[in-house]
Design a protein around this ligand. Structure first.
Ligand SMILES: [Zn+2]
Length: 647
């Protein structure tokens, strides 16, 4: 392992402009450098490098980070590999610390598992190309599907013979450990070959290592499962992997889009047809881990479905998860009776491209239309459909995006926008509440769905304590803290921006809706109490990944945070934040305070309005009444300072 000291030295030495200019042609613009983004195709440069902040950010595809992150993403290597890469550039000597015995042993086991899988892949490929059974059955099947030999080689397709244990015997002859063969599922408990008389698909992880296999039978025997897969092992977890990701990742990045299909052969055909940004979830419905994997390369998913309507509804439901990950989802329905493979053959790659471009439809609108069509004027069915659409919209974390969807769907559904907003808010509230008391977002498949529905319904009738939420204002405060925390807020009083923000948020911190801004403010609070003020590097190199990512965004996103409330768009023509941070800091704080005090007022109002006569004569009621009057006064003061009228 590389020592912490070396890692720190690399971070301290690496200059982001040095590192990146080895790969990207950069030119100066103001205090920054700009160039064409190496991660997506673009003609006008939106890739920005900030030497003073020692970070980069692309305003086209959103990627950003420090030197180490750049090397990891650009060279597709791991963190320690990137540290070695940069150390080598700056001639920094690498200090290694000893691995523990257990770590060493674990590494040896995984190395052996990979070696065995490589051996198996070579064996299956050799059988496919060089043995009669392989050529006659396997290779002719692939050729019938239209796969060229180069494609077969690239995807490392193969064939497993019908012999009982030929592969296992050969592997043991080569001194491969029989227990490991069993672990990988290549050999059964009774020492026979697991894959027999099947064409073989090699499954790679994101860095191209062979982690598993899938075997497809060509026999017409209905008792045989069509596909069988390697079992899960230390190196293979099917929730984490997408078929084809290794071959697709570069194209996904370049196109800033990932196409999702169902089958192995769809991936291979499309790839051969020149559409390379395509992966398959291979039979299982999409998992959180797979969504996260895609998100490393793009925020845009396009799903290709074959035309039959049966599976669509079930599939649509699963996609809420993708919305939750703040990704954009588009759907393309292929004409009836076609899968991507057959459709490509019919149209050719040009026609195919054109078709998916013409037919792509946003997931939410698609869902809305499909559901409306099904309800065909039945008011009860329609109200169920509306609930369904609303619950999808409520999953979208981005407030702005959410309000655009609400607006559009209110037209599609022929429903007042305000009503839709309040319905969406009900669900968001219920979800937040459910999270707090541990009710899952989806029903547990093993348990009673009615019970879960009942819990959720009770929750969605909770009084209106938060409208949308205060994510935007909280984010603005944390953004200013990161950018200008170390600057002076008040020179005479010797108060820094960080001190100003911390002292004005400590009372409302408990009401924060968003986790990361809250975490950042808490950490800074702690640092300030130790008389230290964090600089940009403290955030961008923080051990907590969510803080690092938030900070990169905060340090590179200017303009958008200043003037905003839930209904108006950001103002574009204001002063540069760099000249304006004192004003911005106090405004952001006031806005947040205003939000929080409005929320408290609404809560107390609710209590006062619903109080029975008995409660009204209680002391508690009169305390609440006084608090209410106090809060109204406070709210008006804040509003006055902001120069806005609020009621
Ligand atoms: Zn980019």
């Amino acid at each position: 392992m590389i020592s912490q000291r070396t890692i720190q030295e690399v971070f301290n030495t690496a200059k982001v402009e040095d590192i990146i200019s080895d790969f990207v042609n950069l030119r100066r613009r103001g205090v920054n450098l700009i160039g064409n983004c190496p991660f997506h195709d673009e003609k006008t440069p939106s890739f920005t490098v900030s030497p003073s902040k020692n970070i980069y950010k692309c305003f086209g595809c959103g990627r950003g980070g420090d030197s180490v992150r750049f090397i990891m993403e650009h060279e597709h290597i791991s963190f320690p590999e990137a540290i070695r890469f940069i150390a080598n550039k700056y001639k920094i000597e690498i200090e290694e610390t000893e691995d523990s015995e257990a770590e060493k042993e674990k590494k040896e086991v995984t190395d052996s598992l990979y070696l065995i899988n490589d051996f198996a892949r070579d064996y299956y490929m050799d059988t496919l190309f060089n043995r009669n059974e392989g050529r006659n059955i396997g290779l002719s099947y692939f050729k019938e599907r239209g796969f060229r030999e180069a494609t077969i080689n690239k995807f490392q397709l193969g064939y497993a013979t019908d012999e009982r244990d030929e592969f296992t015997r050969k592997a043991v002859e080569k001194k491969y450990n029989i227990d490991f063969l069993r672990t990988l599922g290549l050999t059964t408990k009774s020492d026979a070959d697991f894959f027999r008389a099947r064409v073989m698909f090699t499954i790679h992880n994101v860095s191209g290592k062979v982690i598993a296999f899938a075997g497809r039978t060509l026999s017409a025997d209905k008792k045989q499962p069509k596909y069988i897969n390697s079992p899960e092992s230390d190196i293979y977890n099917k929730r984490n992997i997408l078929y084809g990701i290794y071959f697709a990742k570069e194209a996904i990045r370049k196109n800033d889009e990932c196409i999702l299909v169902e089958g192995y052969t769809d991936v291979i055909s499309l790839h051969q047809g020149g559409i390379e940004n395509v992966v398959a979830s291979s039979g299982t419905s999409l998992t959180h881990e797979q969504v996260r994997l895609i998100k490393r390369f793009t925020s845009n998913i396009k799903i290709l479905y074959d035309g039959d309507a049966a599976g669509i509804n079930a599939a649509l439901r699963g996609l809420d998860m993708v919305l939750e990950a703040d990704m954009n989802v588009k759907l393309v329905l292929l004409p009836d009776g076609h899968d991507p493979d057959s459709f490509l053959v019919e149209r050719g790659s040009e026609g195919f491209h054109q078709f998916i471009k013409d037919q792509e439809e946003d997931f939410i609108y698609f869902k809305t239309k499909i559901l409306l069509k099904e309800t065909a004027g039945d008011p009860i069915k329609k109200s169920i459909a509306i609930k369904d659409v609303i619950s999808s919209i409520a999953k979208i974390p981005d407030t702005l995006k959410r309000s655009i969807y609400i607006q559009q769907c209110s037209e599609l559904l022929d429903m007042r926008e305000a009503l839709l907003v309040s319905e969406v808010n009900k669900i968001i509230r219920a979800n937040i509440k459910a999270k707090k008391i541990g009710i899952p977002n989806q029903p547990d498949p093993d348990k009673n769905e009615d019970e879960w529905l009942k819990q959720k319904t009770v929750l969605s009738t909770i009084p209106p304590e938060l409208v949308i939420n205060d994510a935007w204002q909280e984010k603005a405060v944390a953004t200013i803290l990161i950018n200008y925390g170390h600057e002076m807020y008040d020179v005479e009083q010797n108060i820094t921006v960080a001190q100003y923000i911390i002292s004005n948020t400590s009372e409302i911190l408990q009401y924060f809706d968003t986790e990361i801004p809250k975490k950042i403010i808490e950490l800074v609070q702690d640092l300030l109490s130790k008389c230290s003020i964090p600089d940009h590097q403290w955030y961008t190199q923080n051990e907590d990944e969510s803080i690092r990512n938030f900070a990169i965004d905060a340090l590179t996103t200017i303009y958008v945070y200043a003037d905003w409330d839930s209904r108006s768009m950001p103002l574009q023509n204001q002063k540069m934040p760099d000249e304006n941070y004192i004003h911005d800091a106090s405004n952001a704080i006031l806005r947040l305070q205003l939000k929080k005090s409005k929320r408290l007022i609404a809560q107390i109002e609710d209590y006062l309005n619903n109080a029975s006569d008995e409660v009204k004569s209680s002391e508690e009621y009169s305390i609440n009444m006084k608090t209410y009057i106090y809060l109204i006064g406070q709210r008006n003061q804040i509003a006055e300072k902001l120069g806005t009228v609020t009621l």
